[in-house]
Every structure is written in structure tokens, then in C-alpha cells.
Ligand binder design. Sequence first.
Ligand code: SF4
Ligand code: SF4
Length: 445
Amino acid sequence: MSPPQKHTQPVRSRSQRIGLLLFFPGFIIALIGALGAGSIYPKLFFLASLCFITIGSFLYFSAAYLSAPAGIRNNRIMFASLSSRGSIGVIIALFFIAFYILMYWFPFYLEHFIAMFHPLSRMLRGKPAEQYFMYGSLYTFTIIIMGARALMKYRHSRYQIVRTCAVIFSQFVFAFLIPSILAAFNEPEKYVNYFWPLSYKDLFPSNVNYLLNFEGAISKFLLAWTILLTFAGTPVLTFFFGKRWYCSWICGCGGLANTLGDPWRQLSSKTLASWKIERYSIYSVLSLIVITTAILWLNHLFGGELLGQLSGGFIRFYGFAIGMIFAGVIGTGLYPIFGTRVWCRFGCPQAALLGIIQRFFSRFRITTNGAQCMSCGNCSTYCEMGIDVRWYAQRGQNIVRASCVGCGMCSAVCPRGVLNLENGPLAGRIKSDALPLIKSFKSGI
Ligand code: SF4
Ligand code: SF4
């Protein structure tokens, strides 16, 4: 009898090893910069670490993915320490969490690292970087580098190629370039791919007044843009395309989840208990924002000290507990432990609103050709929203779930072409009937 196969040691090609040999020095240069040298030679440390990390990553990913035939490979996904909550995954999670804690509450410890971004910030915005410019830049570089990985890995799927290009473009243009240009022209620095309720302060009376009274035409355009996307763009686009137009094509949180988070997407919980928690938690956050926005407007229009105190308390609570801890530390920091869409699934008010529209008033559905399903479970495994896709596929039922972000990965990993993301008429999209073939199989005929 042959000895059991060892799954713990990955086999890396020479190009992959060279890629790693370039990546790690880039990381160490950034670390040395963060310890002090970044303030003395900001350009040198910024460019050196960026070049080493970028070239090393491209070399590693191209050797890993382009040398093999296109298509999904599940190699070692459940054994590798990085992707299966092993020690490497835990170390990365601790690193992410430490970074978020320092950035939110102790940015002075990152002073030298932030200094490395001064030249870029001065070039784009005409002023030195602060912690959020550093974070936005890192976020954008990460989506570009890991987006390139996704393009190589999922090159067999046209949907994934177009979608990944869209999230890279959205992050780079809407959340990095445009806000920087706005800052350079002394306009409000707005991320134009975020709006109410995700960007919850956008429709608070204080922000509306600020934009209305700001000198310059662009601030009024930004207000009109927010109102248009919130009240017209959200329902109309979700009716036609489901929530995927936002969650999987535009939103930076989704963009990071589908690029940086891709190695951990299979870790999302598929239990019934998670589904129950998700429904309470996500709609609670949405309700909090709707109620607070209403209270703030009532307070603004009619006055009232109690209302003012209530909403002030909420804003502080939301910013700390939801915005920083939930969306940042837990939502992103714990990618390697809980999977990639913890925030999108359990907390995001935008996803909650889009989900209600998708479930009841949208043309979007995932159709399933149940007779072809061989119950391998790839689809459920890779669903980042924890949907048991196979359950629907086995029954030949359409998937019309509020939580589905339309990432299309279930369809991309299905070896039998069972699943299709489609838009079609509202009538008949929710089918509870199993295929006659499956019915007769189950009844023993
Ligand atoms: S739908 Fe496809 S991926 Fe899902 S269980 Fe069936 S054959 Fe496997
Ligand atoms: S059901 Fe499919 S498209 Fe929807 S979130 Fe899950 S993997 Fe993505």
C-alpha cells in the first residue's frame, strides 16, 4: 500500500521562487521605510518597495496560472496553510488587523510609512499624505495587483475578465483618481463610487448644507450625483441587472473581496445559523441608518435637543463600531479566517437595500440546469456569500436570493455548465418546482 500523500508542501516552479525572492525584499523595504527611513527618502522607499512587490507578484502569479491550462483548479485549496486557516493564514490575518488598528487609532506609529506617500500625494493633490490617502493608495495598488492575478486565474471566463476589469477601473478612477483631482482643485474629496446608505453621511443635513454652501460648481454636482444614484440609479439598475451592478462591478469593498480576498472566498460559512444571523444583522444596520437620517432631518427642520443628541450618539457609535471595527478590522482583517464578504454579507447597508430590490423587483436570477448537476459542490464551496448553490442546482431551481452579489464564481467553477447568470422577465423567475426528471428519480420511478 502506498503511503498517504502529503498535502502540506506546495511545489513551486523556478519562476515562482524568483517571484517570491523579489516580493519579500519589497515588503522588507516597506517595513524599513515604516521604521524611519521612509521620512528621509520617501520617493526611494516608495518606488523601490512598489517595484519589487509588483514585479515579484506578477512573476509569481503568471508562473502559477499562465503556465497551466485555463480553468479552475482546486489544487490544495483545503490543505494549504494560507487558504485553510493554517498558520500562514492566521499570521496574515493578524498583520491585517494590526494594520487597521494602527491606521484608525494610532496613525502616529505609521508616520514614517505615511511619509512614503507624500510625493505621490503632493503630485496628485498638492498636499502631503495623511493616513487615509495612504490607505486609499494601498487599497488601489492591491486591487490592481491582485486583480491581475484574478484575470490570469479566471481567464477562461469572459464574465470574470470583464467584471475584474470593471472593479479595477472603478477603484482606480472613481475612488482614487477623481477624489485626488477634486482635492487638488480644493473641492470636497468625494469617492464617487460610494453613496447613501453605504456612505451614510452623504444625505445627512449637515453634509447637504455643506455641499450646497460650498463655493464652486462641482460640490453641487456631487450632491446631485449622490441623490441621483441613491434614488434613481439604485432601483433602476438593480431592477435590470440585480445587485451585481454595484456589489461586483463598482464597489471598492466588493472589489477588494474579489481580488485580495480571492484565496479565502471558500471560507465563508454555509450554515443555516449564519443565514439567520445575516438577515437580522444586515437589515438592522440599514434600519439604523434610515432612522438616523430621518431623525437628523426632523431635528434639522423642527429642532429638538433630544433628537440632536440621539443622532450625534448614533454617528459616533456607527463610525466606531460599524465603520471601523465591523467593516475594517473584522470585515477585511479576518478575510483569512471567515472568508471575504463578512461585511457585505452581515453589515453593509447598501447590500441590504440592493438585496431587497433584487429579491422582489429584479430581472436578475441564476438559472440552473438541474439534470446536468453532478453534485460536486464546487459552486457552494466558492460562493463567498455562503449560499448553498448546489441545493438549488440539484433541484433545478432558479437562485433568487437577496444576498447573491452576482460575482458569477459559482458559474465559473461549475464543471458541467449548470449555472447561468441571466436577466429576464419578472414572471416565473422564482420557481419552486423541481425538474420532473429529478422528481421521478426521487420518487423511485
Ligand atoms: S451546479 Fe455544477 S458545481 Fe454545483 S454541484 Fe452541480 S455540477 Fe457541481
Ligand atoms: S450564488 Fe454565485 S453569483 Fe451569487 S454570490 Fe454566490 S457565487 Fe456569487
